[in-house]
Design a protein. Structure first.
Length: 197
């Protein structure tokens, strides 16, 4: 075990359980930061918009192994409605030429953020998995990283549980913006999640 030969970067979306997965790797002896780059890498939604050639700017080599962690998008969208970093998100989206609509409603912004960041992650990640399936894919992830096989550590999955009073259904999100929601649903199904509208 010990230090990885090639660092890892786990990207995705805010409220996608990146703190949880950082703690999983830390518990097997890897120096993986959450939102910060450590010796073995990092987990952060904030790096999803970067190109591989830009990784040295945050202290990672261009040959970093990049994983995309997903979480049920409906849970993520409801969870991020409480965020207050829309200006940061808008600026990073604009830096990559992504369509951002500043005057949209909060649910529309949440859907658009999820969709844009998913597209960013799709462009750079070499391996994608659902955090809900971690029990069954952890051995594959370790093999991909060139790490010895060890059991998945028992870390609380509510490590960073965000308090959320919103409970938008897919049907309600479609009422708010049908075209945007259908695009999100299409990506959600691509990721292997069931959608009941």
């Amino acid at each position: 075990m010990g230090k990885l030969e090639t660092p890892l970067l786990i990207v995705g979306h805010g409220h996608n359980a990146t703190l949880y997965i950082a703690r999983v790797f830390q518990s097997i002896g890897l120096q993986v930061g959450h939102g910060a780059v450590c010796a073995d890498g990092s987990t952060s939604w904030a790096f999803s918009h970067l190109l591989r050639t830009e990784l040295p700017n945050i202290g990672l080599p261009v040959n970093t192994k990049i994983l995309h962690q997903t979480r049920n998008p409906l849970f993520v969208i409801n969870s991020i409605l409480v965020t207050n970093i829309w200006e940061v998100v808008a600026n990073r989206a604009a830096s990559r030429g992504a369509k951002w609509v500043p005057h949209e409603s909060l649910p529309e912004k949440a859907m658009r953020w999820w969709l844009i960041w998913s597209k960013f992650a799709n462009q750079i990640a070499q391996y994608r998995y659902k955090v809900e399936d971690l029990d069954s894919v952890f051995h594959e992830i370790l093999r991909f990283l060139g790490h010895d096989q060890v059991p998945l550590p028992k870390i609380s999955k509510t490590t960073n549980k965000h308090v959320c009073s919103h409970d938008y259904s897919w049907a309600k999100l479609r009422e708010i913006n049908c075209e945007l929601c259908d695009e999100v649903i299409s990506m959600t199904r691509l990721y292997g999640y069931e959608v009941n509208v």
